[in-house]
Write a protein that binds this ligand. Structure first.
Ligand SMILES: Nc1ncnc2c1ncn2[C@@H]1O[C@H](COP(=O)(O)OP(=O)(O)OP(=O)(O)O)[C@@H](O)[C@H]1O
Ligand SMILES: [Mg+2]
Length: 184
């Protein structure tokens, strides 16, 4: 995995598997401090303390098709190998919060990659789930909240409708260019 956006997709997919109804994703950078932070928070089933303690180990998984769970260990590795740190908090039946921090200029920091594409995929392909996506960089900030978009669209038009998808694609890309300007 060479893009942080793909790590984010993987972590958000854990939230889907956990039955989350609302997932918050934030990518926040401070260029002066040379730090960036990625947070994925959900209101899914959460984990008990024992599972939480084991979850950063690549051999821990609740999947049945293969025994190795890699999403969390890879995300942790991406941060720790780029001068940053990693944290995961979870409460059974409450939810989970995963945080990864990076030194932006670190040689081993992976590029953010196609974060806009990942956001578009998540919001258009999960009709039963709401997302709040925040992008922030040194004073500029943008937020996409699918609950607001759904309210404007009304009940009959899904986020996956071709015109809506096209609009969202452009909206997300424009905002990310404006906020991050390709610096991440
Ligand atoms: N947001 C979450 N809510 C509840 N449980 C979670 C969450 N994220 C991870 N888990 C638990 O931790 C386990 C390990 O997650 P991880 O992403 O590392 O591997 P995986 O999802 O099992 O497999 P892979 O990501 O490689 O497809 C999951 O199987 C799941 O039981
Ligand atoms: Mg996973």
């Amino acid at each position: 995995m060479r893009e942080l956006a793909l790590n984010i997709l993987d972590i958000a997919e854990n939230s889907l598997s956990a039955g989350a109804k609302h997932v918050e994703i934030a990518v926040c950078a401070d260029l002066e401090k040379d730090r960036m932070k990625i947070v994925v928070r959900d209101d899914g089933c959460g984990m008990d303390e024992e599972m939480l303690a084991r979850v950063t180990d690549p051999f821990t998984t609740s999947r049945t098709t293969r025994k190795v769970g890699m999403g969390i260990p890879l995300f942790k590795f991406s941060a720790e190998s780029a001068g940053g740190n990693f944290d995961i908090r979870s409460k059974k039946n409450k939810g989970t919060e995963v945080t990864a921090e990076y030194v932006i200029s670190h040689v081993d920091r992976m590029p953010l990659g196609d974060f806009g594409g990942v956001v578009l995929q998540l919001v258009t392909m999960n009709p039963a789930m709401d997302f709040t996506v925040t992008a922030a960089c040194s004073g500029r900030e943008g937020v996409l909240d699918t609950r607001e978009v759904r309210e404007i669209l009304g009940e009959d038009i899904p986020l996956s409708a071709p015109e809506v998808r096209a609009f969202l694609k452009e909206y997300i890309q424009e905002n990310l260019v404006d906020i991050f300007g390709g610096r991440l």
